[in-house]
Write a protein that binds this ligand. Sequence first.
Ligand SMILES: C[S@@+](CC[C@H](N)C(=O)[O-])C[C@H]1O[C@@H](n2cnc3c(N)ncnc32)[C@H](O)[C@@H]1O
Length: 433
Amino acid sequence: MFIGSVPKDVMLQMHHIVDFENYNNAWVLCSGSFRVDSSISSTYEKLKVHSNDVNILSVSIGQLAVNETVKFEFINKLAFVEEYLTSRNGCGFIDRVASIAASMQIAKFSSKNEYNQIHQKHIIQNFGIFHQKAKESIQRLLDKLPIASFTPGDFIEQAKKARPETDIVIAFPPTYKGGYERIFKFVSENISWVPPEYAIFDPKTLDRFLLELMDRDISFCVYGDQEMENLKCGGKFLSNTNKPIYLYVNNIERSSFRRKSQTSRQFKYQEFDPATATAKSIVNVTRMDSAQMTFLKNVYLAKRISHVSGMFNYCVFIDGKLAGGIILSLSKYGDIESLYVLSDFSVSRNNRLSKLIAMIATSKDIVSEIERRTLLKFKQLCTTVFTEKPVSMKYRGIWNLYSRKEGFLNYHSPVRNQSPQQIYIEWFNKYNK
Ligand SMILES: C[S@@+](CC[C@H](N)C(=O)[O-])C[C@H]1O[C@@H](n2cnc3c(N)ncnc32)[C@H](O)[C@@H]1O
């Protein structure tokens, strides 16, 4: 549906480099496919994500995401789309937006040769199928796009709204001058609307834009396809098919040392007693926010350690009672296929309950929920145990000891292809003694 999305491994690098928990607002410029917006807004619940773009499809999706609409009419070669929409009962704004996306398929075959003409005819004749597919993928995108605002308009103007200290600018501006205007030429000629005012961006001026942000002391993470000597490059991504992508960052190191607020919010719960576990007990894993998890960490984790906040917090409930907590984060060590378990704790030391929590931390249900939120893919989990002992009794037999270092042990585990309930049954039969 979109051209020029940020590649997934490039996006993962952004998650490693930027500590989004330090910011109140993220200004995502040139949102395009909303891949970045979706990944960060679904991952960091407290971060307000502000999106922006100028093309008719991204503008319409952005407005849909904030429950607004855009006025436009299909005309000329796309006039049949208006008839198609009128002939269907109960069409909403999402149907109109899906029709733009389906029309982009026609645009791909807009030159006059016979091959293209046959393709165009096929899409027009089967427009309903293309429309339905586009509607489903837009709906999937909207389901994980909790953005705070959307502004149609020039990204350089939008960047002026960012404030030092509390805000960060994220952008992947066009890498060809006028490239997006060419991509949207067909729909612009055949859909009548009032486009937002903006200047066609010349990628040669990217350094000027970044230097302006630096002058204003704004944190940023911006992608470009040119190496700029006067700017610090936080990463370079090579691919066989596309030009390299460079990642420019500012203020990031400073901001990652900023003190994190560890707000704690109390909630009512009953503790699970492992002696009451039965083969029929029901296990539920619930997502928690970081303030609730801070409250539990203060109760169950060693007080002498300053515990870092994780990105993903879960509690394990057995028969409705709290059995333990799991705090995960993206690996900070550039290992793009691993999730890092910052801590997993149980409410009781009895019956090896802690083993159950450490096993559930690797459940496919938890990992795939994080994958859906971050749009990333993970093969394994890692954790560190700070101990002078040669093995950890908790992880022994359920995770693999990967390395032994002075004062700590590194454990790895593949993702368990089991639900928390299936893991519970395994634990119940093997360890609950
Ligand atoms: C490289 S794409 C963005 C990729 C996006 N981050 C993603 O992952 O899909 C560039 C986007 O910039 C938008 N754009 C072009 N000129 C713009 C301008 N002056 N202001 C705001 N957006 C602009 C285009 O419509 C296009 O969607």
